[in-house]
Every structure is written in structure tokens, then in C-alpha cells.
Design a protein around this ligand. Structure first.
Ligand code: ZN
Length: 271
């Protein structure tokens, strides 16, 4: 384990010393509509005929970046996080088999984005790659990602990594009523949290067994990704990668089921 850590640090030092095109996936980012027009103008009948999310703007934030562990100086740099500073980001967790949270969040987020676009929404991602030679963006950029474009909501996709015995299940984190940061968005954000929770339950996912309250909902004031948002937002921890959830997360049918839950939650919130 120590030898492996040393190798990672050595790689990080070497990569960090090489100038070049590697670096952060920074906001602002293109919308990556993959051929769909950025703005879709449709009649009411058009909305009901297969593009129910026309005119809606959704930001999907796939947690972390695969290469974060190779850029410790960048990732540990302090950034504003809502009345305090915090490290730019973290490396995220992984399954015991080595499937990274960054990759899981990336794969699910891409599936969610594709489905929402099929439904007519404009979707923006906070990163456009899942690569070992990239880092970021930092939590402050992720936090502000929906603001300038007036997104209808921002969904941040993560997974947990706890070794607590038997820990499994998802939970949805919403921002608190805290001026001047999230007092303006906490009400719709809690509606979004309830919608996402209900939709994941209907896809047969269970709420987290290891979060206080046990109702699958949490409120946190320490997350820049939530604190800096001016649009309704939640962070979803889809499961515990270190526990039995890993089996579902590492399977394509499992990720498709997470996707159905998240898309249904977004749709329920947007009405
Ligand atoms: Zn995470």
C-alpha cells in the first residue's frame, strides 16, 4: 500500500512538473448537446408529444475528476465555499475492486444527460471528460455552474465510501436555510431532494442505513457545491461503494436503474 502511494506521489510530481495542455476542465463549458439545438421552441402540443422538458435547463455535476489524485497541489488549493474556504476538490472514493467514484458519477451523469436531452431539456455538465490527466473543476466552479445560465436545477452526482459494517443505500443532501448563501434556494432544493428520493425509492433503491435520521435525506452547510448555487440544487450519494451497493454500481443494468431514478426525480420536480 505504501509503495503504491509512493508511486502515485511520484507520478503526481512528474505530471505536475510538465507544462502542457493537461489541467482543469473549467467552466464555462459548451453545452454538448450532441446535435440537438441549444434552444428548442415548441408549442404546448409539441411539449406533450415527446419533448416534455423543452425549454428546461438542467446542470448535471458528475462528482470529482478521475485524475484528481495526480494533481494534489491543485486539488488541495483553497477555494471559496460559502463563507469559508475549502480544498478545491477531493479524489473521491472507489469500490474495493477499484472502480472509481469519478467513473461511476461520470457514467451515470452521461446517461442522465442523454435521457434529459431526449426529453427536450438543455443539459450542461460541469466536466466533459473522465481522464487521469485532468483535474477539477473545483467546488466553487461546480457550485456556481447553474447560476449564470439560470438553470432550473443542478444535480450533483456522487457515491459514498464508508467501511461501516452493512452500510448501504442512497441519500440526498440539500442546503440549509442559511443567509446569505442558501436561504434563497433551500425550499425548492428540499422539494428537489424529496422528488429525487421518491424516484429512487420507486426504482427499488433503499435509503442509506448509515445516515442519521434514516430517511434518506440530509441537510449540510459545508458543501461549496451547494452553498454557491443560486438555483435549486441537491447532491445525491447514490450508494456506498465500499459495501454491497458496489455490485449494482459496477453493472450496466444497475447504472441504468440509477439513471431512471434520477431522470424521474428531475421530471417530478420540473412538473
Ligand atoms: Zn464524491
Amino acid at each position: 500500500m505504501l509503495r503504491r502511494l509512493g508511486a502515485v506521489l511520484l507520478v503526481a510530481l512528474v505530471v505536475g512538473a510538465v507544462p502542457g495542455p493537461t489541467g482543469a476542465d473549467t467552466w464555462p463549458l459548451e453545452s454538448r448537446n450532441e446535435g440537438a439545438p441549444a434552444t428548442i421552441s415548441l408549442s404546448q402540443s409539441g411539449r406533450s408529444a415527446g419533448v416534455p422538458l423543452a425549454g428546461r435547463v438542467v446542470v448535471i455535476d458528475p462528482g470529482h475528476q478521475l485524475g484528481n489524485h495526480r494533481f494534489p497541489a491543485r486539488i488541495n488549493g483553497q477555494v471559496p465555499a460559502g463563507g469559508f474556504t475549502k480544498p478545491c476538490n477531493t479524489t473521491g472514493t472507489s469500490t474495493n475492486g477499484g472502480y472509481p467514484e469519478a467513473t461511476f458519477a461520470w457514467q451515470v451523469s452521461r446517461l442522465v444527460a442523454r435521457r434529459l436531452r431526449d426529453l427536450g431539456a438543455t443539459v450542461r455538465l460541469t466536466r466533459h471528460s473522465n481522464r487521469q490527466d485532468r483535474w477539477g473543476p473545483c467546488v466553487d466552479e461546480r457550485g456556481r455552474a447553474g447560476n449564470a445560465i439560470g438553470a432550473d436545477l443542478k444535480l450533483s452526482v456522487h457515491a459514498d465510501g464508508t467501511y461501516a459494517a452493512g452500510a448501504r443505500g442512497f441519500h440526498v443532501i440539500a442546503p440549509p436555510d442559511r443567509a446569505p448563501w442558501t436561504n434563497d434556494i433551500f425550499r425548492p432544493s428540499r422539494r428537489l431532494a424529496a422528488a429525487v428520493k421518491g424516484a429512487l425509492l420507486s426504482q427499488r433503491f433503499g435509503v442509506a442505513t448509515y445516515i442519521a435520521g434514516g430517511d434518506g435525506l440530509d441537510v449540510r452547510s459545508d458543501l461549496g457545491t451547494l452553498n454557491l448555487s443560486d438555483v435549486p440544487t441537491v447532491m445525491v450519494e447514490l450508494g456506498n461503494m465500499r459495501g454491497s451497493d458496489a455490485r449494482v454500481m459496477t453493472s450496466a443494468p444497475g447504472r441504468a436503474r440509477y439513471t431512471r431514478g434520477l431522470v424521474a426525480g428531475v421530471r417530478a420536480f420540473l412538473g
